[in-house]
Ligand binder design. Structure first.
Ligand code: IDC
Length: 457
């Protein structure tokens, strides 16, 4: 009997190592569940449940587990349909996360109450099969063998695309910080590491507000915080987009002198780096395209003088809508482009507010102008309200098809539905477990973490 078990173990090892099954699944035992209590308070708790399918692909799933203590009760769950009968909790996947390929995972979570102890449930089943699997956390080798920055190197604009060092079009997908003046607690080694490793993000956009207690209150301090984040992204193989986050007032010329001072400094300091992209005006509003163009043609030479080969992104009229939010469209830019090379134009949208008319403009403009979605939300333009999954999916599918890069607002724990993390997440050190994500964060993490397949020749 012992010899038979040893033989079986050897076979399993060989099968795992030779990769006949999914490379993620070392022990293909159906499923694996990571159950994490992300916070606990008097009588209550919040838990994240990450369900990894190690068996055949499924197009629907039901997870069951028993609460070990009679006093433990489900209060409210998310990212699935939740119910409890006696001690047994049943969780059913929703339309958007019920299909799980082999090795794929769904992130769900819930809040609960308890009276006595709060032991973790042990026995989980997925579609009736016990979850006893373990996942090899070693990421599969990426094509080219390295990080997004290793593979792509210095990027430049080619035609209407962003191209890598092999002169091939690429799409960079990532997240934007919230205002770093308010959410500095969210940007540290652990959170940037999670963005690079768990989210497999290509890009961190650093939103440095100019007003609203931002840059203008402490130019040296904010310049150094931005540089620190550039270094943290670089060390983890990500691009850093330096966003001069003008918003109110909407005329970027109001901040022209500040922009020249700031960009002269960050461009000189970061000229030797390959991971920096400059975004010179977040969202011009209440101002004409000619005024924005004039601002750009004064700021871009300051950057070029210090850092000649970096890509620069110019905001557009109507909150970077290519003018659509002001009743105009891309033609004002096409017929009167900024007089500079190696530049792109910003396009922003908030999926619950901006739909077909904006998508039509973007699709049309994409064949005429190099575009980068330097900011977008899954929610309304206020940054709040319900997430619009259908519109967000339509947008992201379109951007993927057009190879247009994007950064999502926000990689933060703000009390806004646009934030990727639940409120309070940044007060702890855990940015990785499923329970810390909001609905928007779960969707974005799913989209961003799929393989990039960057071309290498
Ligand atoms: C919002 C923040 C919110 C802040 C407000 C004003 O989410 O906490 O109070 O700015 O500073 C944008 C802007 C971005 C907005 C975001 C959501 O670029 O600064 O953030 N938004 O309203 N354009 C469209 C939406």
């Amino acid at each position: 009997m012992k010899r038979l078990l040893a033989l079986l173990a050897t076979c399993a090892t060989i099968l795992g190592l030779t990769g006949l099954f999914s490379p993620q699944a070392v022990a293909a035992t159906g499923c694996k569940v990571d159950y994490t209590v992300t916070s606990q308070w008097h009588g209550g708790f919040q838990a994240g449940v990450k369900i990894t399918n190690l068996g055949e692909p499924v197009t629907g799933w039901t997870l069951k587990f028993a609460m070990p203590d009679a006093g433990q009760k489900l209060v409210q769950g998310w990212n699935a349909t939740w119910s409890q009968s006696g001690s047994v909790v049943t969780t059913v996947g929703l339309d958007w996360n019920r299909t799980l390929a082999t090795g794929a995972a769904a992130d769900v979570g819930f809040t609960g109450s308890f009276t006595g102890a709060n032991p973790k449930p042990a026995a989980f089943t997925l579609n009736g099969v016990a979850c006893t699997g373990s996942v090899d956390e070693t990421p599969p080798p990426s094509p080219g063998g390295g990080t997004p920055l290793d593979i792509n190197g210095q990027v430049q604009v080619c035609g209407v695309n962003l191209c890598n060092q092999y002169n091939r079009p690429i799409q960079l997908r990532g997240m934007s910080t919230h205002g770093i003046q308010w959410f500095s607690k969210c940007y540290n080694g652990a959170s940037v590491e999670a963005l690079a490793k768990d989210w497999k993000s290509d890009l961190l956009r650093v939103a440095m507000y100019v007003q609203e207690s931002g840059y203008e209150t402490d130019p040296a301090g904010f310049t150094s915080r931005v540089n620190g984040l550039v270094d943290m992204a670089e060390a983890r193989g990500m691009y850093a987009m330096i966003d001069f986050h003008t918003l109110t007032p909407g005329d970027p010329n109001h901040n022209l002198d500040r922009a020249k001072t700031f960009f002269a400094s960050v461009a000189a300091r970061n000229a030797g780096k390959k991971n920096v992209i400059y975004e010179i005006a977040n969202e011009p509003n209440g101002v004409s395209w000619t005024a924005i163009k004039s601002y750009a043609e004064q700021v871009i030479p300051v950057i070029r003088a210090a850092d000649p080969d970096a890509v620069v992104i110019v905001g557009t009229r109507g909150w970077s809508s290519l003018g659509v939010s002001d009743g105009s469209n891309e033609s004002e830019v096409v017929s009167n482009p900024v007089n500079a090379t190696n530049i792109m134009y910003a396009f922003h949208f908030y999926a619950a507010s901006h739909k077909d008319a904006y998508r039509t403009t973007l699709s049309r403009a994409a064949s005429r102008l190099p575009l980068f979605v330097t900011e977008f939300g899954t929610v309304s333009a206020t940054g709040g309200g319900a997430m619009d999954r259908a519109s967000t999916t339509a947008w992201l599918d379109l951007l993927d098809r057009l190879k247009i890069g994007y950064a999502n607002w926000t990689y933060s724990d703000a009390s806004e539905s646009s934030a990727a993390f639940r409120p309070g997440t940044c007060d702890g050190g855990d940015y990785s477990s499923s329970g810390v994500l909001t609905e928007s964060g779960a969707l974005l993490k799913n989209r961003i973490s799929t393989p990039d397949n960057f071309p290498t020749s």
